[in-house]
Structures are given as structure tokens and as C-alpha cells.
Design a protein around this ligand. Structure first.
Ligand SMILES: [Zn+2]
Length: 211
């Protein structure tokens, strides 16, 4: 079972991914986590990705698909996977489909978390993450302490208002056509209202998927 999690930056994919993974008993593969690990390790691909992320731009397909391909080859993804932040462009969707085909697998559903732009800007500009453990916090000022580990909270460069606007524009231009691509290629696109309590959104998603 391969499900692509989809939605604007800040729609709550990162929050829902582990909750859905627990319910469905499959691991998640989050591009953001994999990229941040590469950036932290200072690998060539990591440094390359960092330059794009700092500007609020998308990381190129070749980098994304390379990372995803390496990951999906691991046995722990045999039962299925929730892909978070992987398919953001039509070439990526196409590239992923071809890669999965060689493994005898396919995307079973695209789960879309639906939310409007105003709510996104309000959410993201109020978000900070822990420098140490990367846990996101809502409505907490940069410089205060992480509730989990005491580390310092910082606002990621791509959560600054200008970067948010760039990310939403990039989403509209590059990412929204991905849904049309899936629909045109026989994919199952499931849309869920992403505004409301976290556990309610999880329940809506499972119901919409018929799982
Ligand atoms: Zn922390």
C-alpha cells in the first residue's frame, strides 16, 4: 500500500503522517527529514539541497528521486509506505511511477489535505522548530525553550512570510498540476478537509480512504 500525502506547505501532512502510519502499520518516508539529515551530514547532495531550501524553492527532481529510490529499496518499506513531500512536480510523479513499476508496485492513493492560503500563512508564521530535536511548536516565539528537550526554538528560513509566499506560489505553479496528472493517469485522488482537530482529520482521512 503506497499512499502519497499531498497538500500545501503547512497543511498538516507532517502532523498526520505518523498518526496515519500508526493506524495503517506502514512507515513514512518524509523528504524533509531525509533532506535535513543529508544537510546536517553535509553530504554533496545535502549541500546542494540546502541552497534551494534556504530560498524557499523546491529541491530538484533528480535529488528528490535519488533519495526516494535509495530509501524505498530497504526491506522495511515492503508492506507499504506513506510518502510525505515526495511528489511535488509532474516529472516527479512520472519518475516515481516509473521507479515503482520496476519494483512491481504503484501508488494506490493520493491523499490531499485541503486548506486555504490565509490559514496557511497564519499557521506557518506562528511555527518554530527545536534546533536540537526538530520538534515543531505552534505559537511559541523564537529563542524560547523546547518543551521536549530544552533546546532553543528557531523559525526556519522557509517559514518566514516572504518564503511562505514563494512556497505557495511554487505550489500553485508546480504542485497543483500533479493532481491533474494522477487523475489523468488513472490514479485515485482523495481530498480531505484539513481544518479542525488533529484526531478528527486523521479519522476523516481513514474514512475517505476506505481503510
Ligand atoms: Zn527539542
Amino acid at each position: 500500500m503506497i499512499i502519497v500525502l499531498f497538500g500545501k506547505p503547512g497543511a498538516g501532512k507532517g502532523t498526520q503522517a505518523p498518526l496515519l502510519a500508526k493506524e495503517l502499520k506502514v512507515p513514512t518516508l518524509a523528504t524533509g527529514d531525509v533532506l535535513r539529515a543529508a544537510v546536517k551530514a553535509g553530504t554533496r547532495r545535502g549541500l546542494e539541497a540546502k541552497a534551494f531550501m534556504d530560498r524557499g524553492d523546491l529541491v530538484p527532481d533528480s535529488v528528490i528521486l535519488g533519495i526516494v529510490g535509495e530509501e524505498l529499496g530497504q526491506p522495511r518499506y515492503a508492506p507499504g509506505v506513506l510518502l510525505d513531500g515526495v511528489v511535488r512536480t509532474v516529472p516527479q510523479a512520472d519518475g516515481l511511477a516509473k521507479m515503482l513499476e520496476t519494483l512491481g508496485r504503484r501508488v494506490d492513493a493520493v491523499l490531499v489535505f485541503d486548506i486555504d492560503n490565509e490559514e496557511i500563512v497564519r499557521r506557518l508564521s506562528g511555527r518554530t522548530v527545536c534546533e536540537k530535536c526538530q520538534t515543531p511548536h505552534m505559537g511559541r516565539e523564537p529563542g524560547t525553550a523546547c518543551e521536549k528537550c530544552g533546546g532553543r526554538l528557531v523559525r526556519r528560513k522557509d517559514d518566514e512570510p516572504d518564503a511562505i509566499r514563494t512556497r505557495l506560489r511554487v505550489y500553485e505553479e508546480q504542485t497543483a498540476p500533479v493532481l491533474d496528472w494522477y487523475r489523468a493517469n488513472g490514479g485515485r485522488v482523495v481530498v480531505v478537509n484539513a481544518v479542525g482537530p488533529v484526531d478528527e482529520i486523521t479519522a476523516r482521512a481513514l474514512e475517505a480512504l476506505g481503510l
